[in-house]
Design a protein around this ligand. Sequence first.
Ligand code: ADP
Length: 454
Amino acid sequence: MRSLTTKLILAFLLVGLTGAVLVALIVRFRTQRAFDQLVVNQNQQLLLVNLAEYYRRAGSWAGVETVFRPGANLPGLGSIPEARWEARRALFVVANAQGVVLFGGEPHLHGRTLTARELRKGIRIEVNGDTVGWLIFSPALDRWRAGTPEGDFLLSVNRGAYLSAIAATGIALILGGVLAYGLTRSLRELTSATQALAQGELGRQVTVHSNDELGALAASFNQMSTALARSTELRRQMTANIAHDLRSPLAVIQGYAEALTDGKLQPSQEIFTVMHTEALHLSRLIDDLKTLSLAEARELPLMPQQVSPDALLRRAVESFRVQAEGQGITLEMQAEENLPEVRVDVERMAQVLGNLMRNALRYTPGGGRISLSARRAEQGVLLQVADTGTGISPEDLPYIFERTYRGNKARSADEGETGLGLAIARSLVEAQGGKISVESRPGEGSVFTIWLRG
Ligand code: ADP
């Protein structure tokens, strides 16, 4: 079953159907009663008048049965043909003032004294204000008696009504129970998983039982839980990496400073250069961390201005021309004609392209090539930095924009890597409404693409 909606509709349908069946049965039963009542009402007035008249004339009920004989044309019963006599006669009962049955009804009623409750179903026959007898519609007394076709029919209808009510309730209960259990099972699992997650059991997964909305909820919960576990792990790793990266240059500076203070080392230009380099590295790391946290919190002050993509690339090429030449790497640039201007913070974009260029130069061996290009794209411009370097392994590729992720773990911060370069590039690009992506093949090179709104 695909949808919760379908399940609910089915449940409602079931309840509706059960109600309808019950109503149908009850209506049928009630109709029967109402019909009986109608027959009595139609006949009783005329019969009543005639019976009272008989009593008034005869002074008693003696011989009353002779009046109701086959062939007699009785007011209220019509001319009774012989064949229908028994059936018509069975329709009513005449009892005397004490409730003793004198005439009519089923043979078993003859001579019986009716109870006060039974008499209440009849009508008084009054002569000069005295109750002289009772006229009772006999099915009212007899209808439940088994053995008579009417009694049997009504009993079976009644039994059927009870049985179907019980069966319908049972089915509704079972199906409702199954549906409710199915619906709440996923919810129960999700609740306990959410509680576990809240207590720190990150990465907790639930079973996806169905294809419906609850199944989708369970799947997204699993996704969220995995992402949460991963980002917590990354954060933990990042803290450890940053602590390590901060420690290394500090340890060098501290070591040299102590040795110089103790007089174990003679001050020299080389020592000061090393200390200066390490201090620079430290300050760059701290700057990077600050930029990253500000950019991620969308609090980095930006000064957007209209600039041609061409100018952005040219600045990057100029900044790294000397270094590229020194490494024997060819640096080239291509920009389509008449590209629309983009609205960006020029300094921040220089930082982004600088990070990409530094990586490209770091991972491209001598004799390689780095190409910068700009071209028109849907609703904007694409800037690309492509190199013919080592490329990035498919396992690393999805994570290289994460903070402090270093593809080649063997490399260390000594080479100026912080693992923050691409994370900063992404935050800066996204803070300016752009997007950054990468494609790479190990051994062939990498292509970093930035999309900026034109
Ligand atoms: P790092 O400071 O370590 O270079 P980055 O965030 O700039 O940190 O890059 C993350 C990882 O991505 C690098 O460690 C490297 O493995 C990989 N990488 C980035 N750019 C390139 C590139 N042009 N060629 C090959 N690998 C790259």
